[in-house]
Design a protein around this ligand. Structure first.
Ligand code: ADP
Ligand code: ADP
Length: 227
């Protein structure tokens, strides 16, 4: 549970390219914020700055009113889910989900309890001993979600997490995500190209273009926005 505040955030890449210009947004605790906009408009760059994977050129990033600009990614209490899942191919589902906790030296019994609890939520219990190559696309995506959830982060960042799934699975996972959001009481920041995902999942939608925020509004208001 966390609020996230972006104040005058800018990103200038080392080659001089201004990818994000003066980004302002106050995200409330438990919001499901959606970033939309054409490819190259700065959505991923903004997510990566929030995660600490990309340096913030100027402006202030706060999580729960604490300045985060110079905080290491591992100390930000954020988990990121990518479109390509990035599971460890040689590890079982269990070990994939347990990995971050092991690294952080969480006691074994506690890891087991947590992984099993999350596996239950995501319907992954029968698959814990399998390796990623023996899973369907939707199952892999659920493992990637599970790996983020076990860490109990304050904020989830998701970069087109469903874009590699076929249409049927995307619909199914979209419904699951909606339930998951309620169940976890999580703050989620989510990038998508899919208008249906944006409309059905978002508490608010941020429309970006050329590194600039064009609009921030609820799905209802955006949907009825005169064009
Ligand atoms: P989106 O996620 O909206 O597709 P990105 O945030 O990935 O957009 O990229 C925004 C812009 O910044 C694009 O024009 C991209 O080419 C550029 N960009 C991304 N990474 C770098 C980089 N490391 N150096 C220079 N330009 C970059
Ligand atoms: P995305 O799916 O976010 O649009 P891209 O395919 O644009 O990703 O970028 C993939 C990787 O290449 C990222 O790590 C990004 O930082 C880097 N990148 C993108 N555009 C540029 C660029 N113009 N110069 C250098 N690196 C770039």
């Amino acid at each position: 549970m966390a609020s996230v505040s972006l104040k005058n955030i800018c990103k200038v890449y080392p080659n001089g390219f201004e990818a994000v210009k003066d980004f302002n947004l106050d995200i409330e605790d438990q919001e499901f914020i959606i970033f939309v906009g054409p490819s190259g408009c700065g959505k991923s760059t903004t997510l990566r700055m929030i995660a600490g994977l990309e340096e913030i050129s100027s402006g202030e990033l706060k999580i729960d009113d604490k300045l985060m600009n110079d905080t290491e990614p591992k100390d930000r209490d954020i988990a990121m889910v990518f479109q390509n899942y990035a599971l460890y191919p040689h590890m079982t589902v269990y070990d994939n989900m347990a990995f971050a906790l092991k690294i952080n030296k969480v006691p074994k019994a506690e890891i087991e309890k947590k992984v099993k609890e999350v596996a239950k939520i995501l319907d992954l219990e029968p698959l814990l001993k399998r390796k990623p190559k023996a899973l369907s696309g939707g199952q892999r995506q659920r493992v990637a979600m599970g790996r983020a959830i076990v860490r109990n982060p304050k904020v989830f960042l998701m970069d087109e997490p469903l874009s590699n799934l076929d249409a049927k699975l995307r619909v199914q996972m979209r419904l699951e995500l909606s339930k998951l959001h309620q169940r976890l009481n999580a703050t989620i920041i989510y990038v998508t190209h899919d208008q249906t995902e944006a409309m059905t999942l978002g508490t608010r939608i941020v429309v970006m273009k050329d590194g600039v925020v064009q609009q921030v509004d609820t799905p209802e208001n955006l949907y009825n926005y005169p064009s």
